[in-house]
Design a protein around this ligand. Structure first.
Ligand code: PRX
Length: 655
């Protein structure tokens, strides 16, 4: 293409605000009938049988939805199944030799597992887990980076009915301890280390530090990822993964029959208050929902090579690297490292090498690719791509269009999927072969999902006005409760907009949004005290408590300010105790404190020392004003402040 043609194309794209699904895509799509929305509506909740039908059930369910005890909904009650059997055993006859997991290490080493091989690995490890005493319903914590043993361990646990709780490997030792204590988890699976930008990172020491903070005895299994280059010693109650598995070579374990409503896993996520919330997902509803959405939205087919470039330590990886794709019997790609190692074309090299059909990633990554420029994707043949997806944070139209043009070659639909740890799977997005795409707007709720944008009192807002997302009907992938905390489950998600008197239960995801005349929803971001850094959810309270844990800090506020690449970044405003100096050392101590308590992702972008924080008369910190200051924006209303003078002082200090 000539430069002038290219410029014309750019100009056209910049103006265009709606895109039709490409014809070639529509022709082959799993779901292409626009009537699906009405069909689901007319047949709700039975429509969800379509999701359940994607699985093999050992016993049929009696009822699709049991809403006797709202909001403690149950799905596919009476049904029995096993998640590992659905992700492995049932594919053996037809697809045993096809690749289930295609793994690539950061250094370029690769490992590939056919369904038969993965089945074997999972069985051996399941036998090993049993041999160390793990029983049905024991919560097993996993603290592992992107190595194949992580999905193997998850499926092995699912096989024996032991729920897993995966803690993101980038989280700190403290975060691991908090989660193991909260779940009373007596088992940990971890590894010696992994590679980041070519360096071997020690992970086991961090895991061991975490174990020091665990209040009960725990047995640990350690995977050797780094090999002989990096020796590590095992402590008491620590077992080597390879030795353990070798003791169970060739063994098989019958998948344990689980009730549809039995817990498949726990995933801790950040909320408004300090302690992470243990989101509980179940076997029948969750697995049906992720299989259905992977089929309908990501258009996954068994013969595809599908790649979700997220980390399994987050919900996206659980649902759309492991459970959804494997339930559908496809090839799922796993990449260990960063997108710019050894070069900024690493992702495009992987797409070309494996002939990836679908790529699902986050806006933060797309913004980085855009900054690096199209020379990197241009080096590779990306024509295997059929669909692109994004998740985790709002995508700005410019980044959307760049992705559409330079990665999708204007031939791939993009699905901008809005969902949460709590929802289990996608909720608001276009169906790629049905809906027109509007860059920046996620789209309408999926068929069968009922979401709206409402004002404070719960009434729908007019088109174009900002309001809050609400979901007024249950869905199979929904969280069932917060682990061991039913009260918090009700108060966090259901109290805002429900009316128990009239039995109207409304789920509140704590996101702001707008809706247009076509019912397309544009997500504006969190309305609670949660910061979304590169698509990762961090609680302000957790960060603040880490900051005040630093010697010399009297009080602190953490907020999310805009950031070109990360979406949001952490800004800390701190008051020091008398006798402590506002110094670089103090700043460093705060950075270290936050990194240690949560992990490097929570590292503050900016620390501002201040003698006071803006507070309401009732003593609540006005975070909204601090956000305005972080963004160098005009300040909102300061009239309700007890100490309005402090604001200009903080502004001055932030410059
Ligand atoms: O604010 C929304 C944002 O991410 C939050 C959920 O975070 P988490 O539970 O960590 O799950 C992330 C992956 C599903 C939401 O409350 N979010 C997620 N997807 C989008 C989004 N914001 C805008 N557009 C999206 N597509």
């Amino acid at each position: 293409m000539s430069d002038s043609e290219d410029a014309q194309l750019e100009a056209r794209l910049a103006e265009q605000d709606a895109f039709e699904p490409p014809e070639s895509f529509v022709e082959q799509a799993n779901v292409s009938d626009p009537g699906i929305y009405e069909a689901f509506e007319d047949d709700w909740p039975e429509c969800w049988e379509r999701a359940a039908e994607l699985l093999d059930w050992e016993r049929d369910y009696d009822e699709v939805l049991d809403d006797v005890e709202e909001p403690f909904y149950e799905w596919f009650t009476g049904g029995k199944l096993n998640a590992s059997a659905n992700c492995l055993d049932r594919h053996l006859a037809d697809r045993g030799d096809e690749t289930a997991i295609q793994w690539e290490g950061e250094l370029g080493d690769t490992r590939s597992f056919s369904y038969a091989e993965l089945h074997r690995e999972v069985n051996e490890f399941a036998a090993a887990l049993r041999s160390i005493g793990i029983e049905e319903d024991d919560v097993v914590t996993m603290y592992m980076p992107m190595i194949p043993e992580l999905p193997i361990a998850m499926l092995a646990c699912a096989r024996i009915g032991a729920p897993h709780s995966v803690v993101f490997a980038g989280f700190s030792a403290d975060a691991l301890a908090t989660r193991m204590n909260a779940a009373d988890s007596e088992y940990l699976i971890t590894c010696d280390g992994y590679y980041r930008r070519g360096d071997a990172l020690d992970h086991l020491s961090k895991a061991n530090d975490g174990l020091d903070g665990v209040e009960h005895d725990a047995t640990t299994v350690v995977v050797d990822r780094l090999g002989p280059e990096s020796e590590h010693d095992l402590g008491e109650n620590q077992l080597d993964y390879d030795e353990l598995v070798a003791d169970h070579e060739g063994e098989t374990v019958d998948p344990v029959t689980r009730d549809a409503e039995d817990m498949l896993f726990l995933m801790y996520t950040s909320g408004t208050t300090g302690t992470p919330k243990g989101v509980k997902h179940t076997t029948g509803g969750y697995l049906s929902y992720v299989a259905w959405t992977a089929h309908a939205v990501l258009d996954v087919k068994p013969e595809d090579t599908y790649w979700c470039a997220a980390d399994i330590g987050w919900i996206t990886g659980h649902s759309y690297i492991v459970y959804g794709p494997l339930a559908l019997g496809t090839t799922t790609v796993m990449y260990e490292g960063t997108p710019d190692y050894p070069e900024k074309d690493r992702l495009w090299e992987i797409v070309e090498t494996y002939g990836v059909d679908q790529l699902y990633t986050a806006p933060t990554a797309i913004r980085a690719f855009m900054k690096w420029g199209e020379t990197y994707p241009d080096r590779h043949d990306l024509s295997s791509l059929r669909l692109l997806g994004t998740v985790g944070e709002p995508i700005n139209p410019r980044a959307w269009k760049w992705y559409y043009k330079h990665i999708g070659g204007e031939e791939c639909p993009i699905v901008d999927t809005w969902w949460q740890t709590e929802t289990g799977g996608m909720m608001i997005t276009t169906l790629p072969a049905v809906g027109e795409m509007k860059p920046g707007s996620a789209g309408p709720p999926l068929p069968g999902v009922s979401a709206d944008v409402v004002d404070e009192s719960g009434d729908p807002v007019a088109a174009g006005e900002a309001g809050y997302v609400t979901v007024d009907r249950p869905w199979p992938g929904m969280l069932r409760t917060l682990y061991r905390n039913d009260d918090r489950f009700v108060s966090e998600y259901w109290e805002g907009y429900s009316d128990p008197e009239t039995d109207e239960w409304v789920y509140f995801p704590e996101d702001g949004a707008k809706i247009d005349d076509d019912g397309y929803i544009t997500i504006l971001g969190r309305v609670d005290d949660v910061i979304n850094v590169s698509g990762h959810r961090l609680g302000t309270m957790e960060i603040e408590s880490a900051v005040v844990g630093v010697e010399g800090v009297a009080e602190a506020a953490a907020v999310g300010g805009d950031h070109d690449l990360k979406g949001e970044a952490v800004y800390v405003y701190a008051i020091l105790e008398d006798g402590y100096e506002e110094s670089e050392e103090m700043e460093q101590a705060i950075v270290d404190g936050v990194t240690e308590a949560i992990g490097p992702i929570a590292r503050p972008e900016r620390i501002v020392f201040t003698p006071e924080l803006p507070k309401t008369r009732s003593g609540k910190i006005m975070r909204r004003l601090l956000v305005d200051i972080a963004n160098s924006e005009e300040l909102g209303d300061t009239s309700t402040l007890r100490n309005p003078d402090v604001v200009s002082d903080i502004q001055e200090r932030s410059r």
